[in-house]
Design a protein around this ligand. Structure first.
Ligand SMILES: C[S@@+](CC[C@H](N)C(=O)[O-])C[C@H]1O[C@@H](n2cnc3c(N)ncnc32)[C@H](O)[C@@H]1O
Length: 280
């Protein structure tokens, strides 16, 4: 692909606008990926001036995702995964992590970014236990009616719904809560909801100042971006039981029941929080 939309059925056919930054492609660039364009890289350079820890946040988030998916497949016995707001394919994707533990794991990816839809579908062509749903996650009824999602849920077996670095792209907090409540309600008993989310402690301290400046700087490109407090993030689990260690900085999170002595946390890791909840 080139940086310019092609008129002959190339990028334009996918609805990909390379002239404006996309969340998925800026994140891809932060992770060292190649599926991005000058508009994405220009915004990333602005972000880096304010938050040089951005690539560390992205890598930490992918590490967390890998730990959680592995634990869910290996210890919790989950065989069905929905990766909601999956992003562009990267080094280790959810189906590769889960199927490494058990080849019988099925994964449905959901995203509405045209770049992700195009690349995701291409990646999954050769994996018959993996599907892609092009859908807007702010519309739970439509997502839940998608044949791939509905098919995964229909068996009534536990499903892990993963919403990593996705919910902070919905501006309205009450709407975000209502969305996750609807997804939680649709999950069969024994299912899991795993969330990571950008956090603003709201205490006027250095992290508060940094993320406030960041949100202001990118608002022309990502107007719905909303960093939230730990309490607000914790209330996004649809009333499900949040497993130990709770909603914590990603570096503090560990597999339930296993205590890990972590080295002292760096400030750079403070901005992303995550947790895993289970439906009784
Ligand atoms: C920062 S990326 C995170 C990718 C991946 N979940 C991870 O944590 O590595 C956020 C993704 O959420 C997707 N996304 C944001 N809002 C969405 C929506 N309303 N419906 C579907 N996907 C959405 C974006 O397109 C993007 O691919």
């Amino acid at each position: 692909m080139t940086d310019q939309p092609m008129n002959d059925g190339g990028l334009v056919a996918y609805g990909i606008d390379t002239t404006r930054p996309s969340v998925a492609r800026v994140y891809d660039y932060a992770l060292g990926g190649k599926d991005n364009y000058e508009s994405d890289r220009a915004l990333y350079r602005q972000i880096m001036k304010i938050a040089p820890e951005t690539p560390e946040w992205a890598r930490e988030n992918r590490r967390w995702l890998s730990t959680v998916i592995t634990w869910l497949a290996e210890e919790a016995g989950v065989r069905r995964f929905i990766d909601a707001g999956s992003g562009l394919p990267t080094a280790e994707n959810t189906h590769q992590i889960a199927q490494k533990v058990n080849a019988a794991c099925s994964v449905v990816y959901v995203d509405n970014d045209p770049s992700v839809v195009a690349h995701g579908r291409a990646l999954l062509l050769d994996n018959d236990r993996t599907q892609f749903a092009a859908a807007d996650l702010t519309k739970p009824e439509e997502v839940l009616a998608d044949p791939a999602v509905a098919g995964l849920l229909a068996a009534g077996e536990p499903v892990a719904l993963v919403m990593a670095l996705m919910l902070h792209h919905i501006a309205d907090y009450e709407e975000t809560r209502e969305i996750t409540r609807k997804y939680a309600e649709a999950l069969p008993p024994g299912s899991f909801l795993a969330i990571t989310h950008a956090c603003n402690p709201g205490d006027g301290g250095p992290l508060d100042q940094l993320v406030t400046e960041l949100v202001e700087k990118v608002k022309h490109a990502f107007p719905t971006l909303a960093f939230r407090s730990v309490e607000e993030i914790s209330s996004l689990f649809g009333g499900l039981e949040i497993l130990s260690p709770g909603v914590v900085r990603l570096a503090e999170w560990h597999v339930p029941g296993v205590r890990i002595d972590e080295p002292p946390l760096t400030g750079a890791r403070d901005a992303i929080y995550g947790g895993v909840a289970r439906k009784a």
